[in-house]
Design a protein around this ligand. Structure first.
Ligand code: SAH
Length: 229
């Protein structure tokens, strides 16, 4: 999977994504992350990328011109040979990201081009021209799309072959069936601040352990459903 992120703050995304599992996956070639600075495509002599909204109102809006020029440059076949491309705008108006959505993106595409907005957002014509879908990371508003883009890249990447080792496999954790949460887990020491690891996990009886885990996962999932109502 290749990710191309269009942003005014490329260091923000490449910094976050260069550490730990996602950083290791890039070095191993399991995924590619390219952060592109939209400002590099501004033809304005002051390298401006925003302007005031027509009709009045607060704040500044990102101009469609440099974003479009950035998009055409980074998706040119000579530099980006991917054919199954999806263009995503990170936006609080979009569909809220879910494990199911991330799985679909990981499965169906080889290139996600992600646009990060800033200020009051982006000129609507640019969205109508190039964006396939808008994705939100939750029902709240942030100052920019960079953190949301990192969330999306992280979540999709863990489902790409070669990103997680077998020991870190995503197939049995929370939402792996798009619904159930994971059971609680424990490691050494066996007793800590008066709290003991549940006896069943020390029993060595695999079938009972499996049953206990399933029951706990079910209980946690039901508890959270109740809270969300
Ligand atoms: N005026 C816009 C909000 C702009 S916030 C509105 O009311 O809808 C600035 C940028 O941050 C947006 O362009 C978007 O890219 C990003 N952003 C903010 N909150 C987000 C969220 N919950 N999910 C994804 N992106 C978000």
């Amino acid at each position: 999977m290749r990710f191309d992120i269009m942003t005014l703050f490329p260091e923000l995304v490449s910094g976050v994504l260069s550490e730990s599992i996602i950083g290791r996956a890039q070095k191993a070639g399991a995924i590619e992350v390219h952060a592109h600075n939209i400002r590099d495509y501004s033809k304005d002599k002051h390298r401006r990328v925003d302007d005031t909204p027509y009709g009045g109102g607060m704040g500044m809006l990102m101009s469609p011109v440099p974003i479009y020029d950035c998009y055409t440059a980074i998706t040119a076949p000579e530099v980006n040979p991917c054919t199954k491309r999806r263009v995503i705008y990170m936006s609080p108006k979009g569909e809220v990201l879910s494990q199911a959505k991330a799985m679909e993106l990981a499965r169906d595409y080889d290139n996600l081009v992600i646009l990060c907005g800033h200020y009051e957002g982006v000129d609507q014509r640019l969205l109508d021209e190039i964006v396939d879908e808008e994705i939100s990371i939750g029902n709240y508003v942030l100052t920019g799309g960079e953190i949301p883009a990192c969330v999306l890249v992280d979540c999709v990447s863990r489902m790409i072959d070669g990103v997680l080792s077998n020991a870190e496999c995503y197939e049995k954790e929370s939402f792996s069936d798009c619904e159930t949460l994971e059971y609680p887990q424990y490691t050494r020491p066996v007793e800590w601040r008066g709290r003991k690891v549940p006896d069943i996990l020390l029993s060595g009886h695999h079938a009972n352990i499996e049953k206990w885990r399933e029951e706990e996962a079910h209980r946690l999932t039901e508890e959270r459903k109740k809270k969300q109502k």
